[in-house]
Design a protein around this ligand. Structure first.
Ligand code: ZN
Length: 329
């Protein structure tokens, strides 16, 4: 396992601010890093974990001390990572009780104790309430790092006890070099940056053969809908396991459609290759109808993320039926 010492290049500015706070002895005891999936929050957190636990930190963790070696080997007694159990969506109170127990004792290596909770919005109410006490009275040399894709879903009482860093989408010129290297020279970095909506790590994922094939299948299904295909049979051809990705793409396309319908601006499109589809679609339906469908899709995606909606196949069908009605109206 490699030791993560540095944040991604577009987080260099935040990193400098964090280090400056630490050097002035002003590091808060709880940080919340928020921003959409694919921005590199985890790498920022990992670099900070390493530097905080390091015995000889400079601008980054030294990479050579005992603490750094333990982290590189994959285990550090003063680091607790809290995440949902396998195949579960929620972080439950038992996991937080263990955090509270550990925080009430001194660090084994005599330095900091670091607790990383990710995704923080996965804590159920009982877990979040159990965490409050530790956040209020964390004790000496304790650092909580919470990561959240959607910070509004973190309990306000938790949010207000953390110093909140909202990480922004990354302009192309800031991540161009990194993205070109990550994708390989033969790939169109600008295209994948646009498709990802300014999320460089996500752009790399979307350009993998499997994700590319999924995007192609969804695109094809929508073209069939425009041509009058039955939405239920198109839904059956799509992989319902990929429902979240399918909704994510659909949401991006709707946002594109709305932009295109309102301004006709092609440069602002996230999916420039779908312009013919958009042209067809804006002819057929009104912008407020696209807004309604967008709300519907966001809500379905939210319900899915909470694990409360059990039938992806039905969501997929209902979703395509609505699209099809607009595409053909
Ligand atoms: Zn070190």
């Amino acid at each position: 396992m490699a030791l993560i010492r540095e944040p991604l290049p577009w987080h260099a500015g935040i990193w400098r601010q964090l280090i400056a706070m630490d050097e002035r002895g002003r590091m808060p005891h709880a940080l919340l890093f928020s921003g959409p999936h694919g921005l590199g929050k985890q790498q920022l957190a990992d670099a900070l974990v390493a530097r905080t636990l390091c015995a000889n930190p400079g601008l980054t963790a030294c990479g050579e001390c005992h603490s750094c070696s333990m982290l590189a080997a994959g285990y550090h007694p003063d680091l607790i990572r809290v995440a949902p159990e396998e195949n579960k969506r929620q972080i439950r109170i038992d996991a937080i009780r263990e955090v509270n127990r550990a925080v009430s004792q001194t660090a084994q290596q005599g330095g900091y104790r670091v607790i990383v909770i990710s995704p923080a919005e996965a804590m159920n109410v009982a877990a979040a309430n159990a965490l409050l006490k530790s956040l209020e009275e964390p004790g000496e040399k304790t650092l909580f790092i919470l990561l959240a894709d959607v910070p509004s879903r973190v309990l306000p009482t938790i949010r207000s006890r953390c110093q909140h860093w909202s990480l922004a989408k990354v302009p192309f010129d800031v991540c161009e070099q990194w993205l070109s290297e990550a994708l390989g020279q033969e790939e169109d970095a600008y295209f994948w940056w646009r498709v990802s909506g300014g999320l460089p790590q996500l752009a790399v994922t979307l350009a993998t053969p499997e994700e590319r094939a999924l995007r192609h299948r969804i695109h094809d299904a929508f073209e069939q809908l425009v041509r009058g295909a039955e939405p239920v049979s198109e839904a059956a051809r799509l992989d319902r396991q990929a429902i979240d990705a399918i909704l994510w793409y659909g949401i991006g396309w709707l946002e594109d459609l709305i932009r295109f319908g309102l301004s006709g601006n092609r440069e602002a499109l996230h999916n420039p290759d779908l312009e013919p589809l958009y042209r067809q679609a804006v002819k057929n339906a009104r912008v407020q109808d696209w807004f309604k469908l967008l709300d519907y899709a966001r809500e379905q995606r939210r319900l899915l993320s909470m694990g409360t909606n059990p039938n992806p196949q039905l969501i997929l069908e209902a979703w395509l039926v609505r699209w099809s009605a607009l595409l053909r109206s």
